[in-house]
Ligand binder design. Structure first.
Ligand code: HXC
Length: 510
């Protein structure tokens, strides 16, 4: 018996070594942790239960019969994060570059199936050279099996991807179909075709970093939701995000103990909106003032900065925040902002996370770049997402809510439950000057007359009361009591149930 136990221990030790000491050292030399080290940071100490440690590939071509490493380049199983269950896979770059073989894919599929059945999230740590070249179509089939499961799990369990190394070719499409993507600066890359192929096909010379590094994907493409300095920071922030999320769509988001008075009054909010309507202010200050302990997990911070999205807690319960940001493009909606917010709203709605919308929006960004880029279709995504959402929704207009953007930003008419406005709110079809110039075009030559018309329009519409008179705004509230009013509104909406007629699925403007 002792012999048998020792043999098992020896097998385990061999599996833990992955691709061997030399390749582990190479991984460390790049500032990267190994797959198992990453799981140690991600999961609670001692909580990891590994599956399929001894799985090996079945390939024989290209001398592969002699290249069998237990685990086949991916470590899979489940563990806990602050006591809550999650399924995980971590690709092991030390084994054939973490490349995905048929069996490697089977291991990932197994834990994805278990996650959906048992109602717990999937966290994937990606570090892979893509399809295992020696296996050809068997490996492509493996990817497709993973893709299909990503789609089946979407909206059933949260799926988080942390890209911690190369992620090339079709391999990027598995992370792309998950809910959140994090990257590590200077060591992770995502592209459909790498720099060499780009050069061959288009003659364009570009570095991997510029083509698909963390800065590119968090700022330019919006593919990734956040970038972090190193593996440890990325994994710790993944734990932080996980704490906000429900385990599945069958369970409500977690309720945490809270020590921040929901009735907390914030006098500084009374002066947050500047006297001049053209002067910007930081909407994040309002987000932090409303949140429990000013704890805000921002999603997509560096992309489409004219809209702020992220998660906070109010009375210990997770709330998704969507907020126009007057500091950037005056808070206008544009293609990127609409895409970013629409995706976030749909995530919240799928996982029963109530939505708080903070509005200061002068409208959609005008111009050929926007129109030719399809702002109509992209803007409609946000409208569609809000109108479809059935989670509790509270909206607060701080200043401008102009035109179509008023409708889109969780107005009463498209389904928000409680709509508040500060006394500084201006709800109108457009800004007063623009309105006067259109309505009184014949007086354009006379600046005095136009100024008088502008003042008249302002007087009539630059306030929340026209909307409040019709019940489009439920109440005009004091800025300093925003946290209390919002907390009470969400508390009143906890029993909300919305029935929708049956349909296979909608045909949203993708
Ligand atoms: C098999 C691979 C591999 C792969 C890397 N390796 N990629 N083995 N299949 N796809 C092996 C290498 O042979 C090497 O083995 C080890 O992993 C480490 O690779 P290096 O090249 O030494 O590392 P590095 O210099 O860091 O470069 C990493 C890399 C590069 C950028 C990922 O290896 C690379 O370009 N690989 C090929 C990427 C690729 O084109 N993949 C196919 C994409 S198409 P040893 O034994 O020396 O340690 C695709 C289709 C998916 O993925 C379709 C889904 C629909």
């Amino acid at each position: 018996m002792q012999d048998i136990l020792e043999q098992l221990e020896a097998r385990r030790a061999a599996a833990r070594l992955g691709g061997g000491e030399r390749r582990i050292a190479a991984q460390h030399a790049k500032g990267k942790l190994t797959a198992r080290e990453r799981l140690e940071v991600l999961l609670d100490e001692g909580s990891f239960e590994e599956f399929d440690t001894y799985v090996v590939h079945r390939a024989t071509d290209f001398g592969m019969a002699a290249e069998k490493v237990p685990g086949d380049g991916v470590v899979t199983g489940w563990g806990t994060i602050n006591g809550r269950q999650t399924y995980v896979f971590a690709q092991d770059f030390t084994v054939l570059g973490g490349s995905l073989s048929e069996t490697h894919a089977e291991k990932i599929c197994k834990i994805m199936d278990m996650a959906v059945r048992n109602g717990a999230p999937v966290i994937g740590l990606n570090d892979s050279g893509g399809a295992r070249i020696q296996e050809g179509v068997a490996s492509l089939a493996g990817y497709a099996e993973v893709f299909r499961r990503n789609v089946e799990a979407s909206g059933v369990v949260p799926q988080l991807s942390v890209v911690m190394g190369p992620c090339a070719g079709g391999a990027v499409y598995s992370p792309a179909m998950t809910d959140f993507i994090f990257m590590v600066r200077d060591s992770s890359y995502m592209f459909v075709t790498g720099p060499d192929v780009v050069k061959t096909v288009t003659n364009e010379v570009v570095t991997a970093e510029t083509l698909g590094g963390a800065a590119t994907h968090t700022r330019v493409s919006g593919v990734a939701d956040a970038a972090f300095e190193n593996d440890v920071e990325a994994l710790e922030e993944t734990r932080r995000l996980f704490d906000f999320l429900p385990l599945s769509n069958r369970e409500p988001p977690p309720v945490r103990p809270f020590f921040d008075d929901p009735d907390r009054v914030e006098m500084r909010l009374d002066t947050l909106v500047p006297a001049s309507p053209t002067q910007p202010y930081d909407m994040r200050e309002l987000v932090l003032a409303v949140a429990d302990e000013a704890d805000f997990f921002e999603i997509g911070e560096a992309f489409a900065r004219n809209i702020v999205t992220g998660l906070i807690r109010i009375e210990g319960r997770t709330v998704g925040v969507v907020a126009n940001q007057p500091l950037v493009l005056a808070g206008c909606l544009d293609i990127d902002a609409a895409r970013k917010a629409a995706r976030f709203v749909r995530f919240c709605d799928a996982f029963a996370v109530p939505i708080l919308t903070l509005v200061d929006v002068p409208g959609f960004l005008p111009g050929t770049a926007q129109e030719h880029g399809g702002v109509i279709k992209h803007g409609a995504k946000l409208l569609f997402a809000y109108a479809q959402a059935s989670v509790p929704m509270v909206t607060l207009i701080t200043r401008k809510a102009y035109g179509g953007a008023y409708d889109v930003m969780a107005s009463k008419h498209i389904g928000a439950d409680v709509n508040y406005a500060w006394p500084t709110a201006e709800i109108a079809v457009m800004g007063a000057k623009g309105a006067a110039e259109i309505l009184y075009r014949s007086e354009l030559g006379d600046p005095k007359k136009i100024a008088a018309r502008t003042a008249e329009y302002e007087q009539r519409f630059a306030n929340p009361f026209v909307a409040a008179e019709r019940g489009f705004v439920d109440e005009v509230i004091m800025p300093h009591s925003s946290r209390r009013r919002i907390a009470r509104a969400f508390a009143a909406l906890r029993g909300k149930r919305a029935e929708r007629p049956w349909r296979k699925h909608d045909t949203m403007p993708l």
